[in-house]
Structure formats: structure tokens, C-alpha cells
Design a protein around this ligand. Structure first.
Ligand code: ADP
Ligand code: MG
Length: 715
């Protein structure tokens, strides 16, 4: 006997105190080759019995023996195996999966046993043909088939894994008489070497086609009649034992096909879910673009490759005090760095009055690097660079604007170009020097417009200028005393050069490339040691007067660091917001999955009835989540590329300088020191997929917990 039921009882709890006996003391045995009809009125317990035989429901007491072995110790996976390999199901409501074609419905159960695509396809077509479904109809979905055709497909599906037992619950219940008879003939044909247990309330069908009729009433066996002699087959043959599982890719294909059918909803969900990824991609692009922008602007400062260094050390005479290091030897270690071009004394930072026509502005100035190390200026220069010894200077646009308009009006660069070839006069009297000199403006720098008038001169010219100027002597009232008078009095005037340049308080380091400013500044402030982290940089505009140590100052460096800090903070804030968006989108995916599970309740039931493991069901929904996450990620990336130029246009409206190319979504990135193409983009898609996978976990688990019988009853 391949199946044996001993003392089976099934009790349904109605509420806490009452229960209902659906089956009482059922004892039955079944053999291969039998076509058994279980006959009884509606509600007598036929389906309950069939469900217990299928392992879809457990008896309250009693025991089921399969192949003469007790199922007392069966675990979920044993039941799954039994259903998958040994049982074929035919239901009253056909229970075909709606989004699959007839062919795919049949193939699906074969994929559960891990059969290869080609073999599956061939056998499915053969089976469909044998139950009277043409090749053409095989490609129709259940909705496009008649009831009789659907039941034929269901029978083909039940036969697909060549099971030993076919369980049919009212297989003709939903069919007209004529079609019902055709289905019965089909089952009779199948019964030649299998055990068929069919539930019906149709007495005529039972007696016309079966070899044995068991009548049930109110959960009890009324009669058990043997109608025909068993066909001459080997009834001792044991059940099929092959064991192969459904590969993950089948679960994927199944979800993909389901999603195709609901492409509208999938698209909307993926689109909504893409917001977080699109945002992160944009923020990465913005910070990347901003950093590139900053790097580019840096080289547009005329003195961006000049870094000034000052060192303070404790005064040995007075421990409380610190004094600047004036010994050049103590600075010379910087020449060991192969990125450094030269070391020079710093021209004093005396603020001078620059005069043009009748306008005077007090502004900062800087000494350019020597001829060999100022090529970077050319890109941003209108005019040319100063020639040494000719008292020539270059100015930035802000300087030119101040001279022309006192900085009030907004002028175009064409207007400011008027300063070219004009003479400006330097007067350092306010800083206590006697020395006037005229310089010719030979170039105008397009520095990033921070509205700071700046003037740049040749280092050697400025040294000469100081050599020629004298410190002004002032009387008690603070009025300057005529130098010729002082000379006549026999007082020797110190030259400004002697006083300021012989013992300079700081030095200037000229770099070969302005881009190395940060690195070399770090190196210098750590006395020749490489710095890993930029935050260790001791850089400030002020010069760190009250600290003992090295201080590195560079206008461009300060600008660069200030801007990068802003960019980084802005990036963090935006990413925080976007993580929220990502969480929201994952909740969205979870909700969609939950509703998908509710919709696909019957599909889950069918899958389980035909032997899908919990794992298989879980995988179907997990792969749906993964696919949603993947689509959301891909859409997000595409959206970010579409939005990037729009975002630039908006930003351009708010700032004065040109920011085209500000949002540069990185197309490659560094991973373990190796440049990887599309690193960020791939990572974002992976993150989106992972988030969706995690979000899909609970709904997927929920799907596996769904009771099969409940799932199918819903139909
Ligand atoms: P049928 O012979 O029509 O297939 P069933 O086996 O479906 O009858 O049901 C037998 C009896 O058990 C019915 O009275 C039905 O209401 C009851 N029943 C079936 N399933 C449940 C359940 N899960 N909870 C409570 N009662 C149930
Ligand atoms: Mg029933």
C-alpha cells in the first residue's frame, strides 16, 4: 500500500469551548492503479480528508503512512518533498497561475524539481498535447482558455513531475456535463499506473469511472465499494525518491514575469523608490563637481603656488615669551620636498596705498613666483605677466573694479579691462616708509570673484623698491620729518630693506604646482613628515601668533579648505535627508510587496500545493524585492543624470560666477587604490538593491507563513 490512514480524526476549533469534528476515525488504504472516488454531500469532510492525505493539513489524531512509513516525524521539508515528487493536484477552481501561460504553468512544477529548461519545455508540450491542448493554446494565459481547457492544463500540470498519486478535488465541479465527462476520461486514462483519489458529490461520475467508491457522511465512512478488479500493475513499487530543488534563477524568472504583467505598478514603485538614490547620486555629483571647481579656481589665484611659513619658538631669555624664527637655516628642510621649487624671504605684508588717477585704495598685495613657476596664471590672465625690473604689476578684476568705480557698480570684465596699461602708484607712507613708485598694470586676473582687490608684483622689483625706501622718522606729534633735514643733523637713516629683509619674520615657499599646496603645507607644518589627514593641517590666515610651532599660510589654501568644509557639511546634511528618503522608499517597497503577496495568495497556495519549499516561496518574493530595488537604483541613476543640468541652472541663478559643470556625477572612483569605472553608480544600485532586499524580508517571510488551504480557499 502506498497510502494508509489509521484512525484519522480532524477537529476544527470553532471557539474556545466548542469544536467541530470534520473527520472521525478514518481507516483507509490505497494502492497504485486505483481510481478512488470519495463521494459525499457538500460539507461532509471530503476536502479535509484530501488535504490531510496531501499533507496540507494535519489530523488532530491518527496517523498517515506513506510507503508503509509513518509520517509522525515528518518535517515541513519532508512534506514539501512528498508533494513535489509524489503528488499531483487537480482543483475544482483549476488554480492556474494567472500571469503564466498554460505552458509555463506546467513547466513551473518541473522547475521546482530542478529540471532543465529544454527538457521542461519538451515534456510540457507533450503533456499538454496528450490532454488535448494544442501548441497554439499552450501559449495562452488561463484567462484566454475555457474551463475545460483550464482543467486539462491543470491535469497536465499534475502529471508534470510524474507523481505516483493524483489528488483531485471536485475536478468537474466547475465544468459543464460534456466537458466534465471528457475530463473524467482523461483521469481514467491516467489512472492506469497511478493512484487517483478524486473527491466528488456526483454519484454518477463516481460509479461510471472509478474502480472504488468510498462514501462519507458527516466525517464518517459509510461504505467502501470495490467496483473493478485492480489492473495488473506492480502495486509494490515504492514512491519516487528523486530529489532536486528549484534553482534561484527560476524564482527570479517567476517574479520577473509577474512584474511584467504589472508593469505600471512596478514602474511607479521603482520610480518612487528611486528618489533616494537619485538624490544621493546628485549630492555625490555636486560635491565631486564642487571639489573639481574648487581645484580649478585654486590655480586661478596668481599666488596660489606661494605658501608662506612662519615659525615661532620660545625665547630662551624669557620663557613666557615666544619669538619668530628669523634663521633661514631652520626653514631649509622644506627644500627636501621634491614639490618645492624655492624658498625665499617674505616681502613684508605692509599694507600700502595704491593710487590710480584720483582714487586711492588700501589693499593687499603678493609677490609672484619666479618666471619658471607661474605658468598656471596664464589661463586666467588677460594681458601678460610682469617682466622683472620694469615695475610692472598684475591686478585682479576686483582691484580694477575698485579703481574704476570704487567697487559700487557691477561691471563686466570688458569694463574692468580698461585698467590694462594704466599706471598705479604705491605709497607706503601710512606704514612708515618713505618710498613712492609707479607700476604699470600689464595684466588682469580672472580670479574667482571674492571681491577682494588684490595686486601682484614681481618679487625682485619689490625687493628693489624696499631697498630704495627709507623708514620715515616722525616727530613727537607724529608728523614725518624731512629726511634731508635728518641727514643734515648727522643722523643715519636705516634702509627699510635692512630693517625688514635681513631678519624676516616669515619665509615663502614656492611650489612647482599649486595643486600640491595642501600636501606641502601639511608636510611643512609637521616639520617634514607626511600628513595623512588634512585636518592635521595647521593653516590659518592669521599666522598663529600665540602658538609655538610652524604656521603655514596661503590665501588659496584657506579658500580651498573653507569651501571644502562647507561642501562636506552640506553633503552630510543632504545625505542625512536622503537616507530618510531611502528608508521611506524601502517602506514603500515593503508595502508594495505586502500587497503583492495578498494578491498572489492563490499563487502561493498553488506553489506550496505542488511542493514548493518555504525557501522557494520566500525566494520568489525576495527576488521581486531585489528586482524592485534594482530598477529603483537604475532609474535613480538615470534621473540624477537628467536632473543634474537643471540643478546647475538653478544654482547659476543664485551665484555670480559661472557654475556650469558644478554637478559632476563621478563616473569612476578609487577602490583600494585602483580606479574602478562606474564605482559610485554601481555602489548606489547595489545599495538600492540591498535596501529593497532587507525591506522585502518581512513580507517574504509572511508569504511563507501563509496557510496553503487558506490561500487556496480564497479563490
Ligand atoms: P467538503 O466535503 O464540502 O469538501 P470540507 O472538508 O471542506 O467539506 O469541510 C468539512 C467541514 O469542516 C465543513 O463543515 C466545514 O465547514 C468544516 N471546516 C473545514 N475547514 C474548516 C476550518 N479551517 N475551520 C473550521 N471548520 C472547517
Ligand atoms: Mg470540498
Amino acid at each position: 500500500m502506498i497510502l494508509e490512514l489509521k484512525g484519522i480524526n480532524k477537529e476544527f476549533k470553532i471557539d474556545k469551548s466548542t469544536s467541530f469534528n470534520a473527520l472521525s476515525n478514518i481507516n483507509l488504504g490505497f494502492n497504485r492503479g486505483e481510481f478512488v472516488s470519495i463521494l459525499g454531500p457538500s460539507g461532509c469532510g471530503k476536502s479535509t480528508l484530501l488535504n490531510i492525505i496531501a499533507g496540507l493539513d494535519m489530523p488532530s489524531s491518527g496517523e498517515l503512512f506513506i510507503d508503509s512509513k509513518s509520517t509522525k516525524k515528518y518535517k515541513a521539508k519532508n512534506w514539501d518533498f512528498y508533494r513535489k515528487n509524489n503528488i499531483g493536484f487537480v482543483f475544482q477552481q483549476f488554480n492556474l497561475i494567472e500571469h503564466l501561460s498554460a505552458l509555463e504553468n506546467v513547466e513551473l512544477v518541473m522547475s521546482l524539481t530542478g529540471q532543465k529548461k529544454a527538457a521542461r519545455n519538451k515534456r510540457a508540450l507533450e503533456l499538454l498535447e496528450s490532454v488535448g491542448i494544442s501548441k497554439e493554446h499552450a501559449l495562452h494565459t488561463p484567462a484566454q482558455l475555457s474551463g475545460g481547457q483550464k482543467q486539462r492544463v491543470a491535469i497536465a500540470r499534475a502529471l508534470a513531475n510524474d507523481p505516483d498519486i493524483i489528488l483531485a478535488d471536485e475536478p468537474t465541479g466547475a465544468l459543464d456535463t460534456k466537458t466534465g465527462l471528457q475530463v473524467m476520461e482523461l483521469l481514467q486514462e491516467v489512472a492506469k499506473d497511478k493512484l487517483i483519489i478524486m473527491v466528488t458529490h456526483n454519484k454518477k461520475l463516481a460509479y461510471d469511472y472509478s474502480s472504488r467508491v468510498i462514501q462519507i457522511l458527516d466525517g464518517e465512512i459509510q461504505s467502501d465499494e470495490q467496483l473493478k478488479q485492480q489492473s495488473n500493475i506492480n502495486t509494490n513499487k515504492t514512491l519516487n525518491k528523486k530529489n532536486k530543488a528549484m534553482p534561484f534563477r527560476e524564482a527570479f524568472k517567476l517574479s520577473l514575469r509577474n512584474m511584467k504583467k504589472k508593469i505600471g505598478r512596478v514602474a511607479i514603485t521603482a520610480f518612487a523608490g528611486s528618489v533616494g538614490i537619485a538624490g544621493i547620486s546628485l549630492v555625490l555629483g555636486l560635491s565631486n563637481g564642487a571639489n573639481i571647481f574648487i581645484d580649478q579656481q585654486i590655480t586661478k589665484f596668481a599666488t596660489s603656488n606661494v605658501v608662506s611659513v612662519s615659525k615661532l619658538e620660545a625665547d630662551p631669555k624669557n620663557k613666557e615669551k615666544v619669538k619668530p624664527v628669523t634663521d633661514k637655516k631652520k626653514y631649509e628642510f622644506v627644500l627636501d620636498n621634491d614639490k618645492v621649487a624655492s624658498l625665499r624671504k617674505k616681502v613684508p605684508d605692509n599694507i600700502g596705498n595704491w593710487k590710480y588717477e584720483n582714487k586711492v585704495i588700501e589693499t593687499q598685495s603678493g609677490a609672484l613666483a619666479d618666471k619658471d613657476h607661474r605658468q598656471h596664471i596664464n589661463d586666467a590672465l588677460e594681458g601678460r605677466l610682469p617682466v622683472d625690473g620694469k615695475d610692472e604689476v598684475i591686478v585682479n578684476r576686483a582691484f580694477a573694479r575698485s579703481m574704476i568705480t570704487n567697487g559700487k557698480e557691477k561691471l563686466t570684465s570688458e569694463d574692468t579691462s580698461k585698467m590694462l596699461n594704466k599706471k598705479v602708484k604705491l605709497d607706503l607712507a601710512s606704514s612708515g616708509f618713505d618710498g613712492k613708485q609707479e607700476f604699470k598694470v600689464v595684466g588682469i586676473m580672472d580670479e574667482i570673484d571674492v571681491n577682494q582687490p588684490y595686486i601682484y608684483y614681481s618679487y625682485n622689483d619689490m625687493i628693489d623698491y624696499y631697498k630704495d625706501s627709507k623708514i620715515l622718522v616722525k616727530d613727537e606729534q607724529g608728523n614725518k620729518v624731512d629726511p634731508s633735514l635728518i641727514k643734515a643733523m648727522g643722523i643715519k637713516l636705516t634702509s627699510a630693506y635692512d630693517s625688514l629683509m635681513k631678519k624676516p619674520k616669515s619665509y615663502e615657499v614656492v611650489l612647482k604646482d599649486a595643486k600640491d599646496a595642501k600636501e606641502v603645507a601639511g608636510w611643512i607644518s609637521h616639520n617634514g613628515k607626511d600628513v595623512q589627514d588634512n585636518s592635521e593641517l595647521n593653516v590659518s590666515m592669521m599666522g598663529g601668533q600665540d602658538k609655538v610651532g610652524t604656521n603655514v599660510t596661503s590665501f588659496s589654501l584657506v579658500f580651498q579648505m573653507a569651501l571644502s568644509t562647507i561642501v562636506n557639511i552640506a553633503q552630510l546634511v543632504m545625505i542625512a535627508f536622503l537616507i530618510i528618503a531611502l528608508v521611506v522608499s524601502s517602506i514603500l517597497i515593503a508595502i508594495v510587496l505586502f500587497s503583492s503577496i495578498l494578491e498572489r495568495k492563490s499563487e502561493i497556495g498553488i506553489l506550496k500545493a505542488v511542493g514548493a519549499r518555504k525557501k522557494d516561496v520566500m525566494r520568489v518574493f525576495q527576488s521581486e524585492a531585489i528586482l524592485l530595488g534594482l530598477f529603483a537604483g537604475l532609474i535613480g541613476i538615470v534621473v540624477s543624470f537628467i536632473i543634474a543640468p537643471l540643478a546647475e541652472m538653478i544654482v547659476n541663478n543664485f551665484v555670480d560666477f559661472d557654475v556650469s559643470g558644478l554637478v559632476k556625477i563621478p563616473l569612476s572612483g578609487q577602490l583600494f587604490g585602483v580606479q574602478v569605472p562606474f564605482l559610485q553608480l554601481i555602489s548606489l544600485v547595489l545599495i538600492s538593491t540591498l535596501v529593497a532586499f532587507i525591506a522585502g524580508y518581512l513580507p517574504s517571510r509572511r508569504a511563507t507563513k501563509m496557510q496553503v488551504i487558506d490561500a487556496l480557499r480564497d479563490e
